[in-house]
Structures are given as C-alpha cells and as structure tokens.
Design a protein around this ligand. Structure first.
Ligand SMILES: NCc1[nH]cc(CCC(=O)O)c1CC(=O)O
Length: 308
C-alpha cells in the first residue's frame, strides 16, 4: 500500500488554497492521484489571537508554532506556508527546502469610492495592520488616517464593505490565489510599495535530512524563487533586531542575475533608507547580507531602536 504524504497547513482560505496548489503540483510532477496526499489542517495561536496587533503578541512565529511542532513530531511530512510569514530563525531540525514559482509580489489597493491611494480625500481612513504598509501609506499621504485591520483576507474585505475604512492594502498574490483579484482597484508599483521579504512565494518546510520528502520536492521546487528568497531572507535576518522597524526587500532574478532592492522605514513614514545591489543569482544570500550591512551603516544603529 502506498503511504500518504501529509501536508500541514493553517485553516484560513488562503492557507488552504496554498496547500492545495502544492498538492496539485506534486500530483502533476509525480503522476500521483489525490489520495496519495492528505491535507492536515492545524490551528495556530496566530489564528486565535484577534484582539491585539500580532507584533505585540509575539510576532511572526505565532502562525507557525503548532504546525512546526506537528512536523517535528511526525504528524505531518511537509508544512506549506506563505514565506512572508516565516521567521528567519526556524526551530532546530527544520528548514524551508522548496519554494513554488513566485506569484506577483506587488501590493494591491482595494478602494471603495477612490480607486487609488492618491485619489483619497484628505483624512480618509485606510485599514492595515502591517507596520510596513502603514509606514508606506504615511510616507505617501501623511494626511490619511491609518486604522488597524486584522483578520484574514475575507474579513478585511468585509470590513471595507461595512464602511470601516475607505480602502485597504493586500498582497495581490493572496487575492489571486483566492480568485478575488477582481476586487483590486490599483496595483501599486514595486518601488512605491516595496513588498515584504518573501511576499508572493509559497515555501515548504521539512525536517532536515528527510531524504524521501526532499526527493519528492525537488520536482516542484522553483530555483529562481529559491534564490530570490535566499537573498530577501538573508537581508531580513541581518536586520531583524527589532520587529518594530518596517523592512521591505525584493529580489528579481533574470538570466542568472539577481537585482535586489531593500528599504527600511520609520513607522511614521518620515525617514527611510534604501539599498540596491546586483550580482550573480548563486550569491543570493551573500547579496542580501551585504545589502543589510550597507543599509544599516547608512541608517545608523539608532534607526533600529528609536520607534518603541
Ligand atoms: N500576513 C498575512 C499574509 N501572508 C501572506 C499573504 C499574502 C500571500 C503572499 O504574500 O504570499 C497575506 C495576506 C496579505 O498580506 O494580504
């Protein structure tokens, strides 16, 4: 009898879409039926905490803790994640060993009366709980009222319908995976809203040394996405000292060449520092680390602890 590969995921509609995309790619790559895989839904602390900003409750790890425990315990064989939500430090024994081809990494504006942020009336409310997006909105339009917006993509869209805010910003990738891209009223250029490291890329976490699983994943791993992610995650890891400093970073790969653009910005949007660096895609991690060193030197150490 064939053993089934257990695919662990959160239960949000986006997480489920990502788990099913992974399953479909594995089926196609290996000529296996759906029954060769089982999608196992795991509830995480991040899903349960709804009353305060996650950056206060403990940060990124909240969406992965219970899933990683299940992976280490052998209750699941792979865990499918939004790479953007993954801490740079994983628990001992686990690694991100494969990435699916990256979806469009841009942020999207979803507006009601006004179709773009630029068209909003003075003082209009824009909902976002991301420190990076809040800072970028304030940089662009210091007059706007940035309000907290928690919950999954559907919850945020419902809040818009209820009139809680005039608009919100969501990852275009997530909306596309949910078949909700028709709600987008403006796609924001990468240089106006540089994305969070990892945005748009599905990452697959495995137990280090699980050769059978690694062999299966090679067939669905996208090499350029893996290189882009190595660069962006190295940039993030080298700057991660404070989770209160918004960090953006995006690496584009073309013909074996990597072009990285990074940004750090004060939460009020008034101060920011950028870095651009190119090099061979094989040197992805080194480029990310070097970019972090350069932008850190430009900004000065004070930049990272001044926002509490
Ligand atoms: N923090 C939630 C989250 N994590 C990943 C995505 C979108 C999908 C992706 O970036 O791959 C989202 C929603 C959003 O930012 O709109």
């Amino acid at each position: 009898m064939q053993t089934t590969l257990k695919i662990g995921t959160r239960g949000s509609p986006l997480a489920l879409a990502q788990a099913h995309e992974t399953q479909a790619r594995l089926m196609a790559a290996h000529g296996l039926p759906a029954e060769a895989f089982e999608v196992v839904v795991i509830s995480t602390s991040g899903d349960r905490i709804q009353d305060r900003p996650l950056s206060e409750a403990g940060g990124k790890g909240l969406f992965t803790k219970e899933i990683e425990e299940a992976l280490l315990a052998g209750a699941i064989d792979i865990a499918v994640h939004s790479s953007k939500d993954m801490p740079t430090q994983l628990p001992d024994g686990l690694e991100l060993s494969a990435f699916l081809p990256r979806e469009d990494a841009r942020d999207a504006y979803v507006g009601k009366a006004a179709k773009t942020i630029a068209d909003l009336p003075r003082g209009a409310k824009v909902g976002s709980s991301s420190l990076r997006r809040q800072a970028l909105i304030r940089r662009m339009r210091p007059d706007l009222d940035v309000v907290m917006f928690r919950g999954n993509v559907q919850t945020r869209l419902r809040k818009l319908d209820e009139g809680v805010a005039a608009g919100t910003i969501l990852a275009y990738a997530g909306l596309k995976r949910l078949g909700l891209d028709h709600v987008v009223t403006d796609l924001i250029p990468l240089d106006v809203f540089p994305p969070a490291p990892g945005q748009g890329a599905i990452g697959i976490e495995t137990r280090i040394g699980d050769r059978a699983v690694e062999k299966m994943l090679v067939a669905i791993h996208d090499v350029p996405t893996g290189q882009a992610l190595a660069c962006e995650r190295a940039f993030l890891a080298a700057l991660d000292g404070s989770c209160r400093t918004p960090i953006a970073g995006y690496a584009a790969i073309e013909g074996g060449k990597l072009s990285f653009a990074g940004l750090i910005i004060s939460p009020d949007g008034t101060q920011s520092h950028t870095i651009e660096l190119q090099g061979p895609a094989q040197d992805a991690a080194r480029i990310g680390t070097e970019a972090a060193g350069t932008v850190r030197a430009k900004a000065g150490e004070k930049f990272f602890d001044g926002w509490l």
